[in-house]
Design a protein around this ligand. Structure first.
Ligand SMILES: Nc1ncnc2c1ncn2[C@@H]1O[C@H](COP(=O)(O)OP(=O)(O)OP(=O)(O)O)[C@@H](O)[C@H]1O
Ligand SMILES: [Mg+2]
Length: 369
C-alpha cells in the first residue's frame, strides 16, 4: 500500500480516543488519483475493527455540508441503536439532530420519528450547533464504550466559513476528549483554515500530503499482484512504466492492468509489452480520466489550460499565463476563478496556479497540439 505511516498513526488515534485520551486525526490532501479515498477507506476498516461506528460522506461541488452531516449522523445513531439497543439516549440525540436539521436552510426532510429536542444544536450558528451535535453524539458513544468516525471526502468543496465551523464544532468534543472524530480528504486547497480555527485544526489534525509513490512503493504496487499469479516484470519494463506514470497511483494501476492484459506472457511482462501498452493506456486515460474533467469547459477555459501546460507541469505564475494569452491578468481573472471553483486548478501560493490532476499538462498538449 505504501501509506503505512498514515494508517499506523490513525490506528493509534482511534485507540486513544476510545480510552478518553487526545488523539489527532488526519486531513489528507493531494492531487487527483493519488489514493486519498483509498486511504479513507482504510481508516474506515481500522475504525470498524476497533468497534467504532462509521459513516462516509462526500461533499459535492455545491459545497453544502450541514445536511450531509445531518444524514450521516442520523445513520450513525440508527446503527448504534440497532446494534446496542440504546433506546432513550439515542432518541434524545435523534431529537437534537432533528432540531438541528430544521434550522438548516433548505435542509433535508429527515424522517426522524421523534420529537425535536430544542436547545443544544439549533441556534442557527453553525459552529455552535455542530459543537452541540458532536458533543451529544460523542456522549452517547462514550456511554456505550464505542466511538464514531466520520470520513468526509472532497472536503475542498466546502467554503472557508463552513470549514471553520466544522473545526470549531469538533474542537468542543475534542476538548471533552469524547470518542468522536472526523477524517477528511481533498485537494491541496483544503488546508486553508483561518483565524482561531487554524490553531484548533493544528491541534486536532495532522495534514498528510499524499502524493505519488516512491520508486520502491511503485515497484511493489506493480510486482506484488503479478507475483501472486506467478508473473514477473522485467527490470526494464518496470523502469519504463515508472517513467511514464511518474509513480502516480492511478496511472500505475491503469497502465499496470493494461500491460497485464496485453502481455504475451505467460511468465513475464517485458519492455516490449509495456511499449505496446502505453499508447493504448494513454488513449483510455484521455477518453476517461482526463476527458470527464474537461467535458463541460468553455473555449476560454481550454485556452487558459493549454497556456498553463505550455509553461510547465507544476505551478506556474498566473501573470505569465495571461502574458502568453496576450491578455491582462485582470482580463483572465474570471476564467482563472472558474477553473479554481470547479477544482480543475488550484492556487498553491498567491499569484500561482496549478493543475489538480497529475500529468494534465501532457493531456492538454495531446488534446490541443
Ligand atoms: N497506495 C496505493 N498503491 C497503489 N495504488 C493505489 C494506492 N492508492 C491508490 N491507488 C490506485 O489509485 C486509484 C485512485 O485512488 P483514489 O481514488 O483513492 O484517489 P483520490 O486521491 O481519492 O483521487 P480523487 O481526488 O480523484 O478522488 C485507486 O483506484 C487505486 O487503483
Ligand atoms: Mg477521492
Amino acid at each position: 500500500m505504501g501509506r503505512d505511516a498514515e494508517i499506523a498513526a490513525m490506528d493509534v488515534t482511534l485507540q486513544r480516543l476510545l480510552r478518553g485520551a487526545n488523539g489527532r486525526s488526519q486531513l489528507l490532501t493531494g492531487l487527483r488519483g493519488v489514493g486519498k479515498t483509498v486511504l479513507l477507506n482504510e481508516f474506515e476498516d481500522l475504525a470498524r475493527g476497533r468497534g467504532y461506528f462509521h459513516e462516509h460522506i462526500e461533499v459535492s461541488e455545491d459545497g453544502s455540508l450541514a445536511s450531509l452531516l445531518a444524514s450521516g449522523l442520523r445513520r450513525v445513531l440508527l446503527a448504534m441503536d440497532a446494534k446496542k439497543r440504546i433506546g432513550g439516549a439515542v432518541r434524545r440525540a435523534l431529537g437534537v439532530l432533528k432540531a438541528f436539521s430544521l434550522r438548516i436552510p433548505n435542509g433535508p426532510e429527515l424522517s426522524i420519528d421523534v420529537e425535536a429536542v430544542f436547545g443544544p444544536a439549533d441556534s442557527g450558528d453553525l459552529a455552535a450547533d455542530l459543537a452541540g451535535l458532536f458533543v451529544e453524539l460523542g456522549e452517547v458513544a462514550r456511554a456505550h464504550d464505542t466511538g464514531i468516525l466520520l470520513t468526509i471526502d472532497e472536503l475542498h468543496y466546502v467554503d472557508v466559513p463552513t470549514m471553520t465551523a466544522l473545526i470549531v464544532g469538533l474542537h468542543r468534543a475534542s476538548q471533552l476528549t469524547l470518542p468522536i472524530t472526523i477524517a477528511g480528504a481533498g485537494l491541496p486547497t483544503l488546508t486553508i483554515v483561518t483565524g482561531e480555527a487554524k490553531t484548533y485544526a493544528e491541534r486536532m489534525f495532522t495534514f498528510p500530503r499524499i502524493g505519488s509513490l516512491s520508486r520502491d512503493q511503485a515497484i511493489e504496487a506493480l510486482q506484488t499482484p503479478a507475483a501472486d499469479e506467478g508473473v514477473l516484470w522485467t527490470d526494464d519494463a518496470l523502469e519504463y512504466l515508472l517513467g511514464v506514470t511518474d509513480c502516480f497511483p492511478y496511472f500505475l494501476q491503469q497502465f499496470g492492468q493494461l500491460a497485464w492484459d496485453i502481455a504475451d506472457g505467460p511468465e513475464a511482462i517485458t519492455l516490449a509489452d509495456v511499449e505496446r501498452t502505453v499508447p493504448v493506456a494513454t488513449a483510455e486515460l484521455d477518453d476517461g480520466f482526463f476527458r470527464v474533467r474537461t467535458g463541460s469547459i468553455s473555449e476560454s477555459e481550454r485556452s487558459y489550460l493549454r497556456a498553463m501546460a505550455e509553461l510547465g507541469s507544476g505551478p506556474v505564475r498566473s501573470s505569465e499565463v495571461a502574458t502568453l494569452l496576450r491578455k491582462s491578468p485582470k482580463g483572465v481573472g474570471p476564467v482563472r476563478d472558474s477553473l479554481i471553483k470547479s477544482a480543475l486548478c488550484y492556487s498553491p501560493r498567491y499569484g500561482e496556479i496549478a493543475f489538480t490532476v497529475p500529468l494534465f499538462d501532457q493531456y492538454m498538449k495531446r488534446w490541443v497540439p
